[in-house]
Design a protein around this ligand. Sequence first.
Ligand code: ZN
Length: 363
Amino acid sequence: MKALIKIWKSIVTRRMYITGGIGSTVSGEAFTLDYDLPNDTMYCETCASVGLVFFAYRMLLSEEKGEYADVMERALYNTVLGGVALDGKHFFYVNPLEAVPGKSSKDPGKSHVKCVRPQWLGCACCPPNLARLLASVEQYVFVQKKDKLLVNLFVECKGRFEIGDGILEIELKTGYPWDGCVDIKLNYNGTASVCLGIRVPSWSDTFDAELNQEHAVFEEKDGFIYVNQVFSQDTIRLKLDMQAKRWYANPLVENNLGKFAVSRGPFVYCLEEADNGKNLHLLSVEKQEELKYEFDETLLGGVGVLTASGWKTEAVSGVEGLYRKNTAEEKKARTKIKWIPYYSWANRGENEMRVWVREDNQC
Ligand SMILES: [Zn+2]
């Protein structure tokens, strides 16, 4: 257990991508060194994130800590889901955080990074790994330990557990992951106290909980809130903070310095050429700019979209040659910047994609 905790800490505090991807190099699809997280040459294999879900789940069975379920959710909703196209028939093995079609075709160091999901690869590991995880996702939603039940993932479902001296029926009703309100309906026929633990994701800065429609303060420990009582027919409502968030990498991650990534709920977001044009690296957003959320049911099977007012550097106009001594001639124009959830990228043909976006404070 000591060794596992050491490996876990190494991964999640120094070697994991914000998308829950792991494996910084194509060579051996392996880890490299701490804080080495290149966005465009990494591997981040779909299988590796499936494996990370398995690892996180088993750590959660050993220790009741929300951080395990947080990582499980991060990998599941981002790199794992991104591994399959919306048509369910095309798959990524490599899950980049930055992709440019021309570089993938002309730079041998990036030839493993595909900009659309292939239908088949000689080594068919990721598609069945994805299928078995998605087909068994119910086993990750709850964890039972004697008279304690943990709710880890907020998936609409019904569960039935022999617990205490009775049967606990539990039903999750929610519009998650787009909506942050989760209703947990309980029906217990026993007389024993049951301890119900509900994860509060670490990305949720605030939360509110109700027991039978009344505001309640529950015991909080290691990323879970706990209700310990004799249940009968009860409802717990959890309201999570669904504000879009900006994230910054540790400054030792050289590729992400001066950049931010965006999330809302469990989803990490990305920019795509289809919405923002070519040369996504020319886009920047000021620190104070508000991120607006809207659900677009006509886009990509229905996705929550984030937008902000930003800038696009006009790289060509007035600037000749490769190098110059000042940037006075450089111009930039106001532009609307649009993010989509990372999992839904590369479903509109081959195009650029980028997770980390430049942040600036200039007007
Ligand atoms: Zn694989």
